[in-house]
Design a protein around this ligand. Structure first.
Ligand SMILES: C[S@@+](CC[C@H](N)C(=O)[O-])C[C@H]1O[C@@H](n2cnc3c(N)ncnc32)[C@H](O)[C@@H]1O
Length: 381
């Protein structure tokens, strides 16, 4: 099965599962009854996970203490995989990949070319949504690792969602033939794979060398979208030059700036609360001054015992104070009033590259028959 596009309820032997330790710490594991997942908080035998529903919390008592350590076992998604995958290269993160896919109108009929495959982060997102992904990687070891991973994850399956090919696309283009190193199994009379791509994503150091090779492998009868992912503005400049030379239009460069928005509850504080708080501050100030004066007097009078034994006056400090100090109240406590607020991260994290988009329509002839059929269908509605 494809772990990334099909859902299942229960955790089973042999499954690829993602262990959520914290937001920044997610680890992929293959469920095996003989294995144990070790963390610095404790060890979790896989047998405790098997048979439980995905999303379950697994808790263990930590060694030498009465506390609990826990993890959550999740089903893989392309988004979670992006945050947990083994990095073989720089990768494309979800804020960029989701934007790119919607800009290129990716859907169940899209045939995508992706180069290079790298760590396969974007490949997993494409594979879930599109009709077919043709992914190219020229580095032999990275190609082999990606092939093994895609097979294990069910991306190269009977429906052949993904075709992975070892190729330098800048030097040799995108056409796939029987003597190429590729995951595609050629039939006896098949001479060349029909690619007919309508979306192309290039994450390469020199996309301008790959762009001239696209003409022969893209769809001729529909609008084709292209996106190049480049960290430097000089690369953008050279890419745009190549796009214009090769007849690509609607060129636009975009940068994604992502921020995390956290939803939380904030206690509603009234004017009475504010007045009470000011009274409390004033009282504690005068109590403190008096105590200090008494302490000085007793030291001057050499009355040390009295000074140390003197009990501190009771203040309102330990009572709940809606302005922060005092006893803590759990967020959402039903004894207090709350409102929903949004906390925004101050830092912008997701900008890793410039995204240069373009489009091309090769065959601009109006197909009168198709237009007539479409208009007739519209009229019927
Ligand atoms: C930054 S990584 C791609 C990361 C990928 N987008 C991801 O999300 O995991 C770039 C990859 O392109 C490959 N590459 C560079 N030049 C290439 C070329 N001319 N043909 C094919 N692959 C190439 C590199 O080996 C590298 O693995």
């Amino acid at each position: 099965m494809s772990y990334f596009s099909e859902y299942k309820d229960l955790i089973e032997e042999g499954d690829l599962a993602l262990v959520w330790i914290s937001r920044d710490n997610i680890k992929p594991i293959t469920i095996d009854a003989k294995e144990t997942f070790n963390t610095r908080y404790g060890s979790f035998p896989h047998t405790q996970m098997i048979g439980k529903p995905y999303g379950s919390q697994i808790a263990i008592r930590t060694k030498g203490s009465n506390k609990f350590a826990f993890i959550h076992v999740l089903q893989p998604t392309p988004e979670l995989w992006t945050t947990s995958l083994p990095h073989r290269t720089q990768i494309v993160y979800t804020p960029d990949s989701s934007y790119i896919m919607q800009r290129m109108n990716c859907g169940p009929t899209t045939r995508v070319i992706e180069a290079g495959t790298g760590s396969g982060s974007f490949s997993h997102a494409f594979a879930r949504s599109v009709s077919h992904l043709f992914s190219y990687e020229f580095h032999e070891v990275r190609y082999q690792q990606a092939l093994k991973e895609f097979e294990h994850h069910g991306l190269i399956n009977r429906d052949k969602t993904v075709t992975l090919t070892q190729r330098d696309v800048c030097a040799n283009g995108f056409a796939i033939r029987p003597d190429d190193i590729t995951s595609h199994k050629f039939g006896e009379i098949e001479e060349q794979l029909s690619i007919n791509a309508n979306a192309i994503f290039l994450d390469l150091p020199a996309p301008w060398d790959a762009i001239p090779h696209l003409e022969g492998v893209i769809s001729k009868d529909e609008k084709v979208s292209l996106c190049c992912f480049s960290p430097c503005i000089e690369q953008v400049d050279k890419t745009i030059e190549a796009m214009e030379k090769e007849g690509w239009t609607e060129i636009q460069m975009v940068g994604i700036q992502g921020k995390q928005y956290e939803s939380r509850r904030q206690m509603i504080r009234t004017l009475d609360d504010a007045i009470e708080r000011l009274r409390d501050v004033k009282k504690r100030k005068s109590d403190g001054m008096e105590r200090r004066k008494r302490l000085c007097d007793s030291v001057l009078n050499d009355d040390e015992t009295k000074a140390t034994d003197e009990k501190r006056p009771q203040t309102e400090k330990t009572r709940f104070n809606p302005f922060g100090k005092g006893s803590r109240v759990k967020e959402g406590d039903i004894n207090y009033k709350w409102k929903e607020v949004t906390k925004v991260e101050s830092e912008v994290k997701s900008h890793t590259s410039y995204l240069t988009f373009a489009s091309k329509i090769i065959n601009k002839d109006r197909n009168e028959r198709t237009v007539k059929t479409l208009l007739e269908e519209l009229e019927k509605k």
